[in-house]
Design a protein around this ligand. Sequence first.
Ligand code: FES
Ligand code: FES
Length: 137
Amino acid sequence: VRAVRLYHPKVIEHYTNPRNVGSMDKKLTNVGTGIVGAPACGDVIKLQIKVDDRTGIIEDVKFKTFGCGSAIASSSYMTELVQGMSLDDAAKIKNTQIARELSLPPVKLHCSMLAEDAIKAAIRDYKTKRTTTTVLR
Ligand code: FES
Ligand code: FES
């Protein structure tokens, strides 16, 4: 009953039926992995993107979240959002956009922040790997 009052139906929907849950092999050179934690509550999001090296388009996304309903819903929504996006566009996504879509209350804003941090970390990881691989070649 409490959860129903705290969470918006969109959060509950993503929480009950999360999209793109899973893992990809983080050793693949075209996979970027972001693992971030929220100091406020200890929740953790792992978000992975698979990128088309040629076009810079995100062609697959997977996440695992050890956290609250809002963190799971934010990650799930984020994976839907960035699918098919360019890295540059994905890097511009703001947590406020996610918070608005999911109608997160102020106390849950950091959960959407975690999703923003996670996509940024995944993009960073991919770019670092790509530079390293290019140098090695
Ligand atoms: Fe309880 Fe985040 S504080 S799950
Ligand atoms: Fe901490 Fe949601 S309560 S991520």
